[in-house]
Design a protein around this ligand. Sequence first.
Ligand code: COA
Length: 381
Amino acid sequence: MSQNDQEGKAPVRGLQDVVAGETRVSYVDGVNGMLIYNGYDVRELAEHTTFDEVVYLSWYGQLPTRSELASFRARLVSEMRLPSQVISMIRLAPAGAHPMDVLRTAVSALSMFDPESGDMSPAANERKLVRLLAQVMTIIADMHRVRSNESVVSPDPGLDIGDNFLYMFRGRQPDEEEKKAFDQLLLLHLDHGFNASTFAARVTASTLADMHAALATAIGTLKGSLHGGANERVMEMLDEIDHVDMVDSYIQGMLDNGKRIMGFGHRVYRVEDPRARVLRHWSERLCHRAAMADLYAISHRIEQVVLAQKGIYPNVDFYSATVQHALGIPRQYFTTLFAASRTAGWLAHVMEQYADNRLIRPTSKYIGGWNRKVVPIAERG
Ligand SMILES: CC(C)(COP(=O)(O)OP(=O)(O)OC[C@H]1O[C@@H](n2cnc3c(N)ncnc32)[C@H](O)[C@@H]1OP(=O)(O)O)[C@@H](O)C(=O)NCCC(=O)NCCS
Protein backbone atom coordinates (compact mmCIF):
# COMPACT_ATOMS: atom_id res chain seq x y z
CA MET A 1 0.00 0.00 0.00
CA SER A 2 1.45 3.37 -0.96
CA GLN A 3 0.39 6.98 -0.98
CA ASN A 4 -0.86 6.51 -4.57
CA ASP A 5 -3.09 3.59 -3.61
CA GLN A 6 -4.93 5.88 -1.24
CA GLU A 7 -6.01 8.35 -3.87
CA GLY A 8 -9.68 8.31 -4.78
CA LYS A 9 -10.54 6.20 -1.74
CA ALA A 10 -13.53 7.61 0.08
CA PRO A 11 -14.81 5.75 3.12
CA VAL A 12 -18.57 5.30 3.41
CA ARG A 13 -19.30 6.87 6.79
CA GLY A 14 -21.06 4.40 9.04
CA LEU A 15 -21.12 1.98 6.06
CA GLN A 16 -24.50 3.48 5.18
CA ASP A 17 -26.19 1.60 2.28
CA VAL A 18 -23.15 -0.67 1.84
CA VAL A 19 -24.26 -4.22 0.98
CA ALA A 20 -21.94 -6.21 3.23
CA GLY A 21 -23.32 -9.72 2.70
CA GLU A 22 -26.34 -11.90 1.98
CA THR A 23 -28.95 -13.12 4.42
CA ARG A 24 -32.25 -14.97 4.45
CA VAL A 25 -33.01 -14.12 8.06
CA SER A 26 -34.62 -10.71 7.59
CA TYR A 27 -35.05 -7.72 5.32
CA VAL A 28 -35.71 -4.15 6.37
CA ASP A 29 -37.72 -2.23 3.77
CA GLY A 30 -37.05 1.32 4.89
CA VAL A 31 -39.09 2.94 2.14
CA ASN A 32 -42.31 1.04 2.69
CA GLY A 33 -41.85 0.58 6.43
CA MET A 34 -41.84 -3.22 6.31
CA LEU A 35 -39.81 -5.86 8.09
CA ILE A 36 -39.64 -9.31 6.53
CA TYR A 37 -38.47 -12.43 8.38
CA ASN A 38 -37.58 -15.16 5.91
CA GLY A 39 -40.34 -14.15 3.48
CA TYR A 40 -43.06 -13.28 6.01
CA ASP A 41 -44.23 -9.81 7.01
CA VAL A 42 -43.41 -9.38 10.69
CA ARG A 43 -46.85 -7.89 11.44
CA GLU A 44 -48.51 -11.02 10.09
CA LEU A 45 -46.15 -13.20 12.09
CA ALA A 46 -46.92 -11.17 15.23
CA GLU A 47 -50.64 -11.67 14.66
CA HIS A 48 -50.63 -15.38 13.87
CA THR A 49 -47.52 -16.97 15.37
CA THR A 50 -45.47 -17.00 18.56
CA PHE A 51 -41.86 -16.05 19.32
CA ASP A 52 -40.69 -19.67 19.45
CA GLU A 53 -42.30 -20.43 16.08
CA VAL A 54 -40.36 -17.51 14.59
CA VAL A 55 -37.14 -18.64 16.26
CA TYR A 56 -37.71 -21.97 14.51
CA LEU A 57 -38.30 -20.14 11.22
CA SER A 58 -35.05 -18.18 11.60
CA TRP A 59 -32.96 -21.24 12.34
CA TYR A 60 -34.52 -23.85 10.08
CA GLY A 61 -36.04 -21.70 7.31
CA GLN A 62 -39.68 -22.69 7.75
CA LEU A 63 -42.47 -22.41 10.28
CA PRO A 64 -42.82 -25.59 12.39
CA THR A 65 -45.68 -28.05 12.27
CA ARG A 66 -47.52 -28.60 15.55
CA SER A 67 -45.44 -31.62 16.49
CA GLU A 68 -42.18 -29.93 15.48
CA LEU A 69 -43.11 -26.95 17.65
CA ALA A 70 -43.97 -29.17 20.62
CA SER A 71 -40.60 -30.91 20.55
CA PHE A 72 -38.74 -27.65 19.86
CA ARG A 73 -40.42 -25.99 22.87
CA ALA A 74 -39.59 -28.97 25.06
CA ARG A 75 -35.94 -28.82 23.96
CA LEU A 76 -35.69 -25.08 24.63
CA VAL A 77 -37.22 -25.31 28.09
CA SER A 78 -35.11 -28.35 28.99
CA GLU A 79 -31.97 -26.32 28.22
CA MET A 80 -32.91 -23.43 30.53
CA ARG A 81 -30.49 -24.62 33.21
CA LEU A 82 -27.27 -22.86 34.07
CA PRO A 83 -24.09 -24.41 35.43
CA SER A 84 -23.95 -23.61 39.16
CA GLN A 85 -20.59 -21.86 38.62
CA VAL A 86 -22.26 -19.36 36.29
CA ILE A 87 -24.97 -18.62 38.88
CA SER A 88 -22.14 -18.09 41.41
CA MET A 89 -20.46 -15.66 39.00
CA ILE A 90 -23.73 -13.73 38.65
CA ARG A 91 -23.90 -13.54 42.45
CA LEU A 92 -20.35 -12.18 42.56
CA ALA A 93 -21.09 -9.28 40.21
CA PRO A 94 -21.06 -5.94 42.05
CA ALA A 95 -24.56 -4.64 42.82
CA GLY A 96 -23.99 -1.63 40.56
CA ALA A 97 -22.84 -3.62 37.51
CA HIS A 98 -25.06 -3.04 34.51
CA PRO A 99 -27.12 -6.13 33.61
CA MET A 100 -25.77 -6.00 30.04
CA ASP A 101 -22.24 -6.31 31.43
CA VAL A 102 -23.29 -9.21 33.64
CA LEU A 103 -25.04 -10.90 30.70
CA ARG A 104 -22.00 -10.49 28.43
CA THR A 105 -19.71 -11.85 31.14
CA ALA A 106 -22.02 -14.78 31.91
CA VAL A 107 -22.21 -15.73 28.21
CA SER A 108 -18.42 -15.68 28.07
CA ALA A 109 -18.30 -17.83 31.20
CA LEU A 110 -20.76 -20.33 29.71
CA SER A 111 -18.25 -21.12 26.98
CA MET A 112 -15.87 -22.50 29.62
CA PHE A 113 -18.51 -24.84 31.02
CA ASP A 114 -20.01 -25.99 27.72
CA PRO A 115 -18.23 -29.17 26.64
CA GLU A 116 -19.24 -28.41 23.04
CA SER A 117 -18.14 -24.77 22.92
CA GLY A 118 -15.19 -25.52 20.65
CA ASP A 119 -16.97 -28.16 18.55
CA MET A 120 -17.80 -26.41 15.28
CA SER A 121 -19.60 -29.37 13.67
CA PRO A 122 -23.07 -28.48 12.31
CA ALA A 123 -24.72 -30.90 14.76
CA ALA A 124 -22.96 -29.39 17.79
CA ASN A 125 -23.66 -25.88 16.58
CA GLU A 126 -27.36 -26.74 16.20
CA ARG A 127 -27.43 -27.96 19.80
CA LYS A 128 -25.71 -24.77 20.92
CA LEU A 129 -28.32 -22.63 19.16
CA VAL A 130 -31.01 -24.08 21.39
CA ARG A 131 -28.86 -24.13 24.52
CA LEU A 132 -27.59 -20.56 24.18
CA LEU A 133 -30.99 -18.98 23.61
CA ALA A 134 -32.42 -20.88 26.57
CA GLN A 135 -29.47 -20.02 28.81
CA VAL A 136 -29.53 -16.31 27.93
CA MET A 137 -33.15 -16.16 29.10
CA THR A 138 -32.21 -17.86 32.37
CA ILE A 139 -29.17 -15.65 32.98
CA ILE A 140 -31.38 -12.55 32.85
CA ALA A 141 -34.13 -14.01 35.03
CA ASP A 142 -31.70 -15.43 37.59
CA MET A 143 -29.67 -12.21 37.68
CA HIS A 144 -32.78 -10.25 38.61
CA ARG A 145 -33.84 -12.76 41.27
CA VAL A 146 -30.37 -12.96 42.83
CA ARG A 147 -30.00 -9.18 42.89
CA SER A 148 -33.43 -8.75 44.44
CA ASN A 149 -32.48 -11.25 47.19
CA GLU A 150 -35.11 -13.66 45.95
CA SER A 151 -34.65 -17.32 45.15
CA VAL A 152 -34.24 -18.32 41.54
CA VAL A 153 -37.29 -19.90 39.90
CA SER A 154 -37.04 -23.14 37.91
CA PRO A 155 -38.66 -23.17 34.46
CA ASP A 156 -42.16 -24.62 34.16
CA PRO A 157 -42.17 -27.35 31.46
CA GLY A 158 -45.79 -26.45 30.68
CA LEU A 159 -44.87 -22.95 29.51
CA ASP A 160 -43.07 -21.83 26.37
CA ILE A 161 -39.76 -20.01 26.56
CA GLY A 162 -41.17 -16.46 26.60
CA ASP A 163 -43.82 -17.23 29.22
CA ASN A 164 -41.18 -19.05 31.23
CA PHE A 165 -38.96 -16.01 31.15
CA LEU A 166 -41.66 -13.76 32.63
CA TYR A 167 -42.50 -16.45 35.20
CA MET A 168 -38.86 -16.94 36.24
CA PHE A 169 -38.13 -13.20 36.25
CA ARG A 170 -41.15 -12.02 38.24
CA GLY A 171 -41.88 -15.20 40.19
CA ARG A 172 -45.54 -15.35 39.12
CA GLN A 173 -47.34 -16.71 36.10
CA PRO A 174 -48.21 -14.06 33.50
CA ASP A 175 -51.87 -13.65 32.52
CA GLU A 176 -53.03 -14.11 28.92
CA GLU A 177 -52.68 -10.45 27.93
CA GLU A 178 -49.20 -10.16 29.46
CA LYS A 179 -48.17 -13.34 27.65
CA LYS A 180 -49.36 -12.00 24.30
CA ALA A 181 -47.73 -8.59 24.76
CA PHE A 182 -44.43 -10.04 25.91
CA ASP A 183 -44.38 -12.67 23.17
CA GLN A 184 -44.91 -9.99 20.52
CA LEU A 185 -42.22 -7.82 22.10
CA LEU A 186 -39.76 -10.71 21.75
CA LEU A 187 -40.92 -11.57 18.24
CA LEU A 188 -40.51 -8.00 17.02
CA HIS A 189 -36.95 -7.70 18.34
CA LEU A 190 -35.76 -11.01 16.90
CA ASP A 191 -33.91 -9.74 13.84
CA HIS A 192 -33.29 -6.60 11.83
CA GLY A 193 -30.99 -7.06 8.84
CA PHE A 194 -27.34 -6.07 9.14
CA ASN A 195 -27.71 -3.87 12.22
CA ALA A 196 -24.55 -3.09 14.21
CA SER A 197 -24.67 -5.98 16.69
CA THR A 198 -25.60 -8.55 14.04
CA PHE A 199 -22.80 -7.35 11.82
CA ALA A 200 -20.42 -7.53 14.79
CA ALA A 201 -21.51 -11.14 15.44
CA ARG A 202 -20.93 -12.02 11.80
CA VAL A 203 -17.46 -10.45 11.82
CA THR A 204 -16.54 -12.59 14.83
CA ALA A 205 -18.06 -15.71 13.25
CA SER A 206 -16.17 -15.01 10.02
CA THR A 207 -12.89 -15.61 11.85
CA LEU A 208 -14.32 -19.06 12.71
CA ALA A 209 -14.48 -18.12 16.37
CA ASP A 210 -17.13 -20.13 18.23
CA MET A 211 -20.76 -19.19 18.86
CA HIS A 212 -20.18 -18.07 22.45
CA ALA A 213 -17.56 -15.61 21.20
CA ALA A 214 -19.87 -14.26 18.49
CA LEU A 215 -22.71 -13.90 21.00
CA ALA A 216 -20.52 -12.05 23.53
CA THR A 217 -19.42 -9.67 20.73
CA ALA A 218 -23.01 -8.96 19.77
CA ILE A 219 -24.13 -8.31 23.35
CA GLY A 220 -21.28 -5.83 23.81
CA THR A 221 -22.29 -4.02 20.63
CA LEU A 222 -25.99 -3.88 21.46
CA LYS A 223 -25.33 -2.07 24.72
CA GLY A 224 -24.66 1.36 23.18
CA SER A 225 -27.26 4.11 23.39
CA LEU A 226 -27.39 4.48 19.60
CA HIS A 227 -28.47 0.83 19.43
CA GLY A 228 -30.27 -1.34 22.00
CA GLY A 229 -29.36 0.89 24.94
CA ALA A 230 -31.85 3.50 23.69
CA ASN A 231 -34.87 1.85 25.38
CA GLU A 232 -33.39 2.48 28.82
CA ARG A 233 -32.71 6.13 27.93
CA VAL A 234 -36.33 6.51 26.80
CA MET A 235 -37.47 5.66 30.30
CA GLU A 236 -35.01 8.18 31.77
CA MET A 237 -36.51 10.84 29.52
CA LEU A 238 -40.06 9.89 30.54
CA ASP A 239 -39.02 10.21 34.18
CA GLU A 240 -38.03 13.81 33.59
CA ILE A 241 -41.43 14.75 32.20
CA ASP A 242 -44.03 14.98 34.97
CA HIS A 243 -47.02 15.92 32.89
CA VAL A 244 -48.16 15.80 29.29
CA ASP A 245 -48.28 19.64 29.26
CA MET A 246 -44.49 19.70 29.73
CA VAL A 247 -43.76 17.64 26.63
CA ASP A 248 -43.64 20.40 24.02
CA SER A 249 -41.17 22.62 25.88
CA TYR A 250 -39.06 19.64 27.01
CA ILE A 251 -38.63 18.33 23.47
CA GLN A 252 -38.09 21.79 22.05
CA GLY A 253 -35.37 22.37 24.65
CA MET A 254 -33.64 19.11 23.73
CA LEU A 255 -33.74 19.90 20.02
CA ASP A 256 -32.58 23.49 20.55
CA ASN A 257 -29.57 22.10 22.41
CA GLY A 258 -28.78 19.70 19.56
CA LYS A 259 -29.66 16.66 21.68
CA ARG A 260 -31.06 13.46 20.23
CA ILE A 261 -34.44 12.18 21.31
CA MET A 262 -33.94 8.58 22.34
CA GLY A 263 -36.17 6.03 20.64
CA PHE A 264 -36.51 8.14 17.48
CA GLY A 265 -34.89 7.98 14.07
CA HIS A 266 -33.44 5.08 12.15
CA ARG A 267 -30.67 4.45 9.68
CA VAL A 268 -32.92 2.49 7.32
CA TYR A 269 -36.58 3.45 7.93
CA ARG A 270 -37.70 6.62 6.20
CA VAL A 271 -41.30 6.02 7.34
CA GLU A 272 -42.74 4.56 10.51
CA ASP A 273 -40.96 1.53 11.97
CA PRO A 274 -43.56 -1.30 11.69
CA ARG A 275 -42.45 -2.63 15.08
CA ALA A 276 -43.24 0.69 16.75
CA ARG A 277 -46.82 0.48 15.46
CA VAL A 278 -47.44 -2.88 17.17
CA LEU A 279 -45.69 -1.82 20.36
CA ARG A 280 -47.65 1.45 20.53
CA HIS A 281 -50.81 -0.65 20.77
CA TRP A 282 -49.38 -2.71 23.63
CA SER A 283 -48.00 0.35 25.38
CA GLU A 284 -51.44 1.96 25.40
CA ARG A 285 -53.16 -1.25 26.49
CA LEU A 286 -50.71 -2.19 29.26
CA CYS A 287 -50.25 1.36 30.57
CA HIS A 288 -54.01 1.69 31.00
CA ARG A 289 -54.21 -1.65 32.76
CA ALA A 290 -51.34 -0.74 35.10
CA ALA A 291 -52.82 2.68 35.96
CA MET A 292 -50.02 4.37 33.98
CA ALA A 293 -52.22 6.09 31.43
CA ASP A 294 -50.32 9.37 31.99
CA LEU A 295 -47.12 7.71 30.88
CA TYR A 296 -48.71 6.60 27.63
CA ALA A 297 -50.18 10.08 27.09
CA ILE A 298 -46.73 11.64 27.55
CA SER A 299 -45.16 9.12 25.15
CA HIS A 300 -47.80 9.73 22.54
CA ARG A 301 -47.38 13.49 22.78
CA ILE A 302 -43.58 13.11 22.42
CA GLU A 303 -44.20 11.16 19.23
CA GLN A 304 -46.42 13.94 17.83
CA VAL A 305 -43.97 16.72 18.73
CA VAL A 306 -40.86 14.98 17.37
CA LEU A 307 -42.66 14.17 14.14
CA ALA A 308 -43.88 17.75 13.75
CA GLN A 309 -40.52 19.32 14.66
CA LYS A 310 -38.05 16.95 13.00
CA GLY A 311 -40.10 14.67 10.75
CA ILE A 312 -38.64 11.69 12.62
CA TYR A 313 -40.64 8.60 13.66
CA PRO A 314 -40.30 6.44 16.76
CA ASN A 315 -38.23 3.28 16.40
CA VAL A 316 -38.64 -0.06 18.16
CA ASP A 317 -37.06 1.23 21.39
CA PHE A 318 -39.53 4.02 22.05
CA TYR A 319 -42.67 2.07 22.93
CA SER A 320 -40.77 -1.01 24.03
CA ALA A 321 -39.72 1.04 27.08
CA THR A 322 -43.28 1.60 28.34
CA VAL A 323 -44.38 -1.92 27.40
CA GLN A 324 -41.60 -3.37 29.56
CA HIS A 325 -42.18 -0.87 32.34
CA ALA A 326 -45.88 -1.71 32.47
CA LEU A 327 -44.96 -5.42 32.59
CA GLY A 328 -42.99 -4.72 35.76
CA ILE A 329 -39.53 -5.07 34.23
CA PRO A 330 -37.01 -2.65 35.81
CA ARG A 331 -35.44 -0.32 33.24
CA GLN A 332 -31.87 -1.54 33.70
CA TYR A 333 -33.08 -4.88 32.26
CA PHE A 334 -34.72 -3.42 29.14
CA THR A 335 -31.69 -3.88 26.88
CA THR A 336 -31.06 -7.39 28.19
CA LEU A 337 -34.52 -8.36 26.94
CA PHE A 338 -33.72 -6.91 23.54
CA ALA A 339 -30.56 -9.06 23.69
CA ALA A 340 -32.53 -12.17 24.72
CA SER A 341 -34.76 -11.95 21.68
CA ARG A 342 -32.00 -10.85 19.31
CA THR A 343 -29.89 -13.82 20.44
CA ALA A 344 -32.08 -15.94 18.17
CA GLY A 345 -31.40 -13.62 15.23
CA TRP A 346 -27.69 -13.25 15.96
CA LEU A 347 -27.27 -17.02 16.10
CA ALA A 348 -29.21 -17.47 12.84
CA HIS A 349 -26.75 -15.05 11.22
CA VAL A 350 -23.78 -16.83 12.77
CA MET A 351 -24.98 -20.12 11.26
CA GLU A 352 -25.40 -18.42 7.87
CA GLN A 353 -21.90 -17.03 8.14
CA TYR A 354 -20.40 -20.43 9.01
CA ALA A 355 -22.29 -22.06 6.14
CA ASP A 356 -20.79 -19.77 3.50
CA ASN A 357 -17.84 -18.11 5.14
CA ARG A 358 -15.28 -15.66 3.91
CA LEU A 359 -13.30 -13.65 6.46
CA ILE A 360 -14.87 -10.18 6.80
CA ARG A 361 -11.94 -7.85 6.51
CA PRO A 362 -12.56 -4.45 4.92
CA THR A 363 -9.93 -1.83 4.28
CA SER A 364 -9.60 1.81 5.37
CA LYS A 365 -8.46 5.16 4.09
CA TYR A 366 -5.16 5.88 5.76
CA ILE A 367 -4.91 9.44 7.16
CA GLY A 368 -1.85 8.96 9.40
CA GLY A 369 0.74 10.90 7.39
CA TRP A 370 3.82 9.70 5.45
CA ASN A 371 7.63 9.73 5.56
CA ARG A 372 7.99 10.67 9.22
CA LYS A 373 11.47 9.96 10.62
CA VAL A 374 11.85 8.11 13.91
CA VAL A 375 13.62 10.13 16.60
CA PRO A 376 15.10 7.74 19.23
CA ILE A 377 13.57 8.17 22.71
CA ALA A 378 16.80 9.57 24.15
CA GLU A 379 16.65 12.46 21.66
CA ARG A 380 12.95 13.25 22.07
CA GLY A 381 13.40 15.34 25.21
C1 COA B 1 -30.64 5.55 15.13
C2 COA B 1 -29.67 6.65 14.73
C3 COA B 1 -28.32 6.39 15.39
C4 COA B 1 -29.52 6.63 13.21
O1 COA B 1 -28.56 7.57 12.92
P1 COA B 1 -28.01 7.89 11.45
O2 COA B 1 -28.60 7.03 10.42
O3 COA B 1 -26.53 7.88 11.58
O4 COA B 1 -28.59 9.33 11.21
P2 COA B 1 -27.84 10.65 11.51
O5 COA B 1 -27.17 10.58 12.84
O6 COA B 1 -26.99 10.96 10.32
O7 COA B 1 -29.05 11.69 11.61
C5 COA B 1 -29.64 12.31 10.47
C6 COA B 1 -30.32 13.60 10.94
O8 COA B 1 -31.43 13.31 11.78
C7 COA B 1 -31.22 13.84 13.08
N1 COA B 1 -31.64 12.83 14.04
C8 COA B 1 -31.57 11.49 13.87
N2 COA B 1 -32.08 10.89 14.95
C9 COA B 1 -32.45 11.86 15.80
C10 COA B 1 -33.02 11.83 17.08
N3 COA B 1 -33.30 10.68 17.68
N4 COA B 1 -33.29 13.00 17.68
C11 COA B 1 -33.01 14.17 17.06
N5 COA B 1 -32.46 14.24 15.85
C12 COA B 1 -32.18 13.10 15.23
C13 COA B 1 -29.74 14.09 13.20
O9 COA B 1 -29.44 15.13 14.12
C14 COA B 1 -29.40 14.49 11.78
O10 COA B 1 -29.84 15.81 11.58
P3 COA B 1 -28.93 16.85 10.77
O11 COA B 1 -28.81 16.26 9.40
O12 COA B 1 -29.70 18.11 10.86
O13 COA B 1 -27.62 16.86 11.52
C15 COA B 1 -30.23 8.02 15.17
O14 COA B 1 -31.50 8.23 14.61
C16 COA B 1 -30.26 8.20 16.68
O15 COA B 1 -29.26 8.61 17.28
N6 COA B 1 -31.42 7.88 17.34
C17 COA B 1 -31.51 7.97 18.77
C18 COA B 1 -31.00 6.67 19.39
C19 COA B 1 -31.94 5.52 19.15
O16 COA B 1 -33.14 5.64 19.33
N7 COA B 1 -31.36 4.39 18.78
C20 COA B 1 -32.10 3.17 18.54
C21 COA B 1 -32.06 2.80 17.09
S1 COA B 1 -33.14 1.41 16.75
